[in-house]
Design a protein around this ligand. Structure first.
Ligand SMILES: O=C(O)C(=O)C[C@]1(C(=O)O)C=C[C@@H](O)C=C1
Length: 238
């Protein structure tokens, strides 16, 4: 047929806004500042996508436990260090993955030698801290049987808890262990080159919306081909 498929793309072009859900608690991907604006890799990516569509990026603050529902109710896309999971794929679609980022551990530098494997971490006496709602919690619940699990909902200050000695270790995205260890010299990433679990970053999209997904995937493909993607990532990671 000659009729184009209906798409969220048409709606958002009509409204003039790309509504982007993000948590704002995950440096360097998304950070919510005191002036109520967002910054980070995925903020730059969102602005690039919006510009390519010809609309404004409008950021909507969400949280990891409410991410999927907030996306479904309030946003056209969810960005900000979001991992692809099969649970989420039961409710939403994802763009093509743009970054591989497996799970790794971070601990006080003095403890790195004793936490060299998952088996060495998961022993009685280890206090593993975890932010609820995302893939970190899923990993912790699946793999920590002997270690004590401490749920801590503030992803911005969670790393201070390890520095203060209130917890011993956190398993999170490898990129975050590198970033946080640069921010806090007391903390060291543990074998960041050998992730404990595979994970990929992508953008959450409305389920089954082929035209919108084609647009986002083509934009990302070209961003990578032209080197703009690396420019954005390197600006934050270096
Ligand atoms: O849930 C996801 O998609 C994430 O990758 C987010 C997630 C998590 O796994 O909890 C990853 C690292 C940050 O420390 C905070 C949130």
């Amino acid at each position: 047929g000659t009729e184009a498929l209906a798409s969220r793309l048409d709606q958002l072009i009509q409204s003039g806004n790309l509504r982007v859900c993000m948590t704002g608690d995950y440096r360097p991907f998304t950070f919510y500042k005191t002036d109520q604006s967002f910054e980070g890799i995925d903020v730059d990516l969102a602005r690039s996508l919006a510009k390519t569509i010809g609309v404004q990026a409008l950021f909507v603050k969400t949280s990891w436990p409410t991410l999927t529902n907030d996306f479904l109710e309030k946003c056209d896309i969810a960005m900000g260090g979001v991992s692809v999971t099969f649970d989420r794929l039961k409710k939403v679609s994802f763009s093509t993955s743009h970054m591989v980022d497996g799970k790794s551990a971070i601990a006080r530098c003095a403890d790195v030698a004793k936490f060299q494997s998952l088996a060495a971490i998961d022993v009685p006496g280890t206090r593993a801290i975890v932010n609820p709602g995302g893939t970190n919690e899923r990993f912790a619940k699946a793999h920590f049987k002997q270690a004590q699990l401490i749920a801590y909902p503030d992803n911005v200050t969670i790393f201070d808890q390890i520095i203060k000695g209130k917890a011993d270790i956190m398993v999170t995205d490898g990129s975050e262990t590198l970033w946080q260890s640069k921010l806090h010299p007391e903390l060291c990433p543990i074998n960041p080159g050998k992730p404990l679990q595979f994970a990929e970053k992508a953008f959450m999209l409305p389920r089954g919306d082929v035209p919108f997904k084609e647009f986002v995937d083509t934009w990302m493909h070209q961003l990578k081909a032209t080197g703009e993607y690396d420019q954005i990532v390197d600006h934050w990671l270096k």
